[in-house]
Design a protein around this ligand. Structure first.
Ligand SMILES: C[S@@+](CC[C@H](N)C(=O)[O-])C[C@H]1O[C@@H](n2cnc3c(N)ncnc32)[C@H](O)[C@@H]1O
Length: 462
């Protein structure tokens, strides 16, 4: 691995006599870790745990994840371990039992968003945003697979967030960066690295931070992270923001055994992750609290005009039993799609809807076309699905993978209705039986594209 000279010199300055170990660690293969969706599966006692996150584990080797149906069912997310330190930041700096408005500004593909979805309470609203449209679709897919139902996916520029002043209690900015921490996972990142690019990244991060700051409530928490080590994109940016705006740096408690390196530079507490000290990739995190007073709201007391559209009574009556505790939801309709949003989040979700470009909200439950009713794929993956409303058919691994490849399948049963298809008791999606024939309704864009090997793996890794 040929490291750029100026990168090497900086790391030698930062790490002094640890540098040799650091460079040796860059030559080793990256550890593999997953974070489990505890609403879908139990803990996995036999695997080594990631020390700073519950429900997170290292795997002894990298399996062929694509061929594990439970990955597609949202039972776990393959995520690099250092990034999961977000859990410490939130547990230590925020009262997570409270109803919160939480923003993940740079959200795709969804590692931190799905983690946030697991950490916040059911009464909280997660806004998972990704400015790049194609990547926002992947984020929406991962949010739907996680199935928490209290999230919205938006695709808006950071500058649009000033339309929601003091709206969020927590903001995560996992900024696009020069990627030094990814050198061993992605050698291409070395070719793209330059001092000039570091400078451009730092400037872009400053723009992002200043654009989104107004949307944070006084008293609210900003978690800033990158996967790079240079100070310009990390401590210098955070101390620059704290100097511009009213903010204080938050110190987190660390367990020495974790190997996380605290950095105190320019009045900012930061947390550095180096591959020779921890089992994970390069990472930086800092936490700021916005100080100052909440502005007196100038909102009028006039009855609000909501833009989110309610589903018709008839449509609602047809599908409400498909979710558990149907009364807890507001039922919405866009064109033919009927979705459910926890009722206590309706007002906040409407504000988001009026100001940002929303591409997914709550749980998409059904498509209603006249008398024809089709359950949406997201319903199968919802943590709140009422399984009793459907005929269930269990599949073995081979059949499950054929279903996930959107192949024609046969189910050894006949009927004329929707069936919920499961693997190891976990819903994977819907199919429709028409006599002996089966229509596979797995979403085309999500299908497994790789050919199945002659010999299948043993099954799920969890
Ligand atoms: C480090 S990645 C986010 C990873 C994600 N948080 C996760 O945990 O899966 C940074 C994201 O920022 C997005 N991005 C790029 N330019 C941006 C900009 N100017 N403003 C906001 N986000 C941007 C990228 O498309 C990318 O998805």
């Amino acid at each position: 691995m040929e490291l750029p000279i100026s990168f090497k010199e900086r790391m030698q300055r930062l790490l002094s006599d640890e540098y040799t170990n650091f460079e040796a660690a860059l030559l080793k293969s990256a550890p593999v870790s997953i974070r489990v969706n505890s609403k879908k599966v139990d803990n996995l006692p036999d695997l080594q745990r990631v020390p700073w996150a519950d429900n997170a584990y290292y795997l002894p080797e990298r399996p062929l994840f694509t061929l594990d149906p439970l990955l597609h069912a949202g039972c776990y997310y393959v995520q690099e371990a250092s990034s999961m330190f977000l859990e410490q930041a939130l547990n230590q700096a925020v009262d997570l039992s409270q109803p919160l408005h939480v923003l993940d500004l740079c959200g795709a593909p969804g590692g931190k968003s799905t983690h946030l979805a697991s950490l916040i309470s059911e009464d909280s609203l997660l806004v998972a945003n990704e400015v790049i449209k194609s990547r926002a679709n992947i984020l929406a897919e991962n949010i739907a697979k996680w199935g928490s139902g209290n999230a919205m996916v938006t695709s808006s520029d950071p500058s649009n967030f000033s339309r929601l002043p003091e709206f969020f209690d927590v903001m995560v900015v996992d900024a696009p960066c020069s990627g030094e921490g990814m050198f061993r996972k992605d050698p291409q990142a070395i070719n793209e690295w330059s001092e000039e690019n570091v400078k451009l990244c730092a400037q872009r991060q400053q723009r992002i931070l200043i654009d989104v700051w107004e949307a944070l409530k006084p008293g609210g928490i900003l978690v800033y992270s990158t996967c790079t080590w240079n100070e310009q994109e990390n401590e210098e940016n955070i101390s620059w923001l704290a100097a511009q705006e009213q903010a204080e740096s938050i110190k987190l408690k660390l367990d020495d055994a974790w190997g996380v390196v605290p950095s105190q530079m320019k009045g900012v507490e930061g947390y550095r992750f180096y591959p020779h000290r921890i089992q994970g990739e390069g990472f930086f995190m800092a936490v700021l609290r916005k100080t100052g007073d909440v502005e007196v709201s100038s909102k009028s007391s006039k009855k609000k005009k909501y833009k989110l559209q309610h589903a018709g009574k008839k449509e609602k009556a047809l599908v409400q039993d498909w979710l558990q505790e149907a009364d807890k939801y507001e039922w919405l309709q866009y064109g033919e799609v009927i979705s459910a949003l926890p009722a206590n989040l309706f007002e906040a979700a409407d504000e988001v809807y009026q100001n940002l470009h929303v591409i997914y909200a709550g749980t998409e439950v059904a498509e209603a076309n006249g008398k024809k009713l089709k359950p949406m794929h997201a319903l199968a993956l919802s943590q709140h699905l009422n399984k009793d409303a459907f005929t269930i058919i269990d599949m073995d691994l081979e059949l499950a993978l054929k279903y996930l490849r959107k192949e024609d399948i046969s189910l050894n049963s006949s009927g004329n209705d929707w069936v919920l298809l499961q693997y190891k008791n976990i819903p994977l999606g819907f199919a429709k039986q028409i006599g002996n024939r089966v229509n596979n309704y797995y979403p085309k864009e999500w299908r497994i594209r790789m050919e199945l090997p002659a010999e299948l793996p043993e099954g799920s890794i969890i």
